[in-house]
Design a protein around this ligand. Structure first.
Ligand code: 4NP
Length: 161
């Protein structure tokens, strides 16, 4: 990778108000702590567009704040232009994965799409569960899974940059 070009990561879920903005905030904090801001950039989007322009769900923001994160990105819908703008696109569950891949026009674009759980180290879940209709436990579980997968992800990215 060219020295001045950042590696660009996009997290995608359904609403872009719970899982993907949390993943964005977690990875951004890890990047900042490791002084990698000039090498990696992070964004998030949703496949639905249901919550366009909204801050993350207040429950997710509150659970994140308790762990020292700031989740403050505004929701936006994933578009096919994102295939050109990102190096790696990470889906939170299989529905997200299918809805993203459906928009890919070529194999290079499709090859950028992976499932977040591929980078899990401690946990063996096959997807990051949607916490929207869950209680506090669901939000805490999502943060546990995302912290673990973000650690694995950052190790892999560092091998490539
Ligand atoms: P997310 O969670 O995909 O993790 O942002 C959801 C947020 C909103 C809805 C579903 C899931 N919703 O149906 O509005």
């Amino acid at each position: 990778m060219a020295e001045n070009k950042k590696y660009k990561v996009l997290f995608v879920c359904l609403g872009n108000i719970c899982r993907s903005p949390a993943a964005e905030g977690i990875l951004k904090k890890m990047i900042q702590e490791q002084g990698l801001e000039n090498k990696i950039s992070v964004d998030s989007a949703g496949t639905s567009g249901y919550h366009d322009g909204e801050l993350p769900d207040p429950r997710m923001r509150q659970h994140g704040t308790h762990r020292g994160y700031q989740f403050d990105s505004l929701s936006r819908k994933f578009t096919s232009r994102d295939f050109d703008n990102f190096d790696l696109i990470l889906a939170m569950d299989d529905n997200n994965y299918r809805n993203i891949v459906r928009l890919a026009l070529d194999l290079e674009s499709k090859g950028k799409v992976h499932r977040m759980v591929e980078f899990s180290e401690k946990y063996g879940h096959d997807h990051i569960p949607d916490p929207y209709y869950s209680g506090s436990d669901g939000f805490e579980q999502v943060l546990d899974l995302l912290e673990d997968a973000c650690e694995g992800l950052l190790k892999k990215i560092k091998e490539q940059i």
